[in-house]
Design a protein around this ligand. Sequence first.
Ligand code: THU
Length: 132
Amino acid sequence: MDYKMLVSKAFEGRKNAYVPYSNFKVGAAVVTEDGTIYTGCNIENASYGATNCAERTAIFKAMSEGHREIKAIAIVGVENDYTYPCGICRQVIAEFASEDVKIILGKNENEFIVKSLEEILPGAFTKKDLEK
Ligand code: THU
């Protein structure tokens, strides 16, 4: 998988961030099971709680087009540092994560780190728990 290209796509998504309240732009790019890529950005709201994070925008775009699995997600936020996904987004990533999903945190176009879901959401509650 081309992580650098995916970070670049996340930066593309970030350009469309609607952030009149926080001025904190975030971008994301997901790769689905068949390799299709969807980008996303955060979309804020005057009723702050109605804000949608970049990660969920990208994932929901993919799911609403019929995909059900993500193989990777790249996330870029604050300039020149790593931005980790919020708790709600970690849970949404877990819902659609492939066995070995890669979470790529981009610092800039050339620097990124790759995390596993277990690293950022240990002991996740998932659909498997509902089967018990
Ligand atoms: N934000 C994201 O888009 N993703 C995250 O995982 C962290 C937070 C957005 C939400 C809000 O628009 C802004 O960053 C500040 O919280």
